[in-house]
Design a protein. Structure first.
Length: 155
């Protein structure tokens, strides 16, 4: 007879491990943002987001067939000090349902992260990339619109 109790226990154990792994991944991004806030005076914030693939033909087919639109995940940066500023996509991102492995796609490079140490190294590599540096530099140099800024005398 099949032992469903054993399978159930294995599934619960896997879910617990996945929860820990996903929290660990988030902790790496939290640490990145903590350090970036210090070095950029809060002008850079990095997060993972989900975007729809822009393909009109596929979108129409999805609507006609009642299927979900295709999505992709990305690591993006924004400048929270400039309201309404656009985000910059830094790299594509994939994370396994168990948290690891994570994958960062930077141009034609593909970095696989099997654990926290590898993820930290991959994000270091991402932040060191010239194209990413240019995007972050642009975000850092955005100006707060005049109507949004407040003089110290008005406070």
């Amino acid at each position: 007879m099949v032992d469903f109790k054993k399978s159930f226990a294995a599934g619960i154990d896997s879910a617990k491990i996945a929860e820990v792994n996903r929290a660990e991944v988030q902790s790496v991004f939290n640490e990145v943002n903590k350090q970036l806030e210090e070095v950029t005076a809060g002008t850079i914030f990095i997060e993972r987001k989900v975007y729809y693939v822009n393909n009109t033909i596929q979108d129409l087919a999805a609507i006609a067939n009642f299927t979900p639109r295709e999505v992709y995940h990305a690591i993006v940066a924004s400048n929270p000090k400039v309201p309404g500023s656009s985000e910059k996509e830094l790299a594509n991102w994939k994370m396994a349902k168990d948290g690891y492995p994570c994958r960062i796609y930077l141009g034609s490079d593909h970095i696989v992260c099997e654990d926290k140490i590898a993820l930290e190294g991959a994000i270091q590599e991402l932040l060191s990339d010239t194209a990413v540096g240019e995007k972050l530099y642009q975000l850092m140099n955005l100006q707060i619109p005049k109507e949004e800024s407040v003089d110290d005398d008005e406070v």
